[in-house]
Design a protein around this ligand. Structure first.
Ligand SMILES: [Zn+2]
Length: 158
C-alpha cells in the first residue's frame, strides 16, 4: 500500500490501521473489531477512504447479524413459546422449521440461521407476528398446540 502525506498536518504520513468501535444494535451495544482507517503518525488524525468504508460496512453488518443470532438463546426461545403456549414442535412448525428444531435450538445442539433469527426477533418484538404466522399455516396448528389455553381476545386480529 502506498503511503500518503497527512492532509491535516501536512507533515506526517497516513498509514492504514484497524480499530474497534462501539455501535448500538437494538438495545445492545456491540464492540466491533477490525474496522479500518488511515491514521497520521504525527497528528493522529484519521480518515476513511471508499474501500475502507465498504469494508467497515460489511464488518458491521456481519457483527450485527452474529449478534441477532447470538440473542436467540434458550431463555429467549422458551419465553417466546411460553408467552404463546406453544410446544417445541408447534413452535417449530409455525416458523417453518423441522419438527425438532426448537428442541435442538433450546438445547444448544444447533444454531438458528440468520433469517430465522430475524423472524424470531420480529415475533418476540412485534405484536401479532405469531398470530399472523399461525394464520399463514391455517390457524389450526396454533390452536391445536394449546387446547386448554384461553385464547386472549386482545391478541386476535379483528
Ligand atoms: Zn497529520
Amino acid at each position: 500500500m502506498k503511503k500518503m502525506k497527512c492532509p491535516f498536518c501536512e507533515d506526517g504520513q497516513m498509514s492504514e490501521a484497524s480499530y474497534v468501535s462501539v455501535v448500538r444494535s437494538g438495545r445492545r451495544q456491540l464492540d466491533i473489531d477490525g474496522l479500518l482507517h488511515h491514521i497520521c503518525d504525527r497528528c493522529a488524525q484519521s480518515l476513511t477512504d471508499r474501500r475502507q468504508m465498504a469494508h467497515n460496512r460489511a464488518v458491521m453488518q456481519a457483527a450485527q447479524e452474529r449478534d441477532v443470532v447470538a440473542s436467540i438463546d434458550t431463555t429467549f426461545l422458551q419465553t417466546l413459546r411460553q408467552q404463546h403456549d406453544l410446544t417445541q414442535r408447534a413452535a417449530s412448525r409455525l416458523f417453518g422449521a423441522g419438527d425438532s428444531s426448537f428442541a435442538k435450538w433450546e438445547s444448544g445442539q444447533s444454531k438458528v440461521s440468520t433469517p430465522t433469527a430475524l423472524l424470531l426477533r420480529c415475533a418476540a418484538e412485534v405484536p401479532g407476528v405469531i398470530d399472523h404466522l399461525a394464520m399463514l399455516h391455517g390457524e389450526s396448528s396454533h390452536r391445536a398446540a394449546s387446547p386448554e389455553a384461553p385464547a386472549p381476545a386482545a391478541e386476535r386480529h379483528s
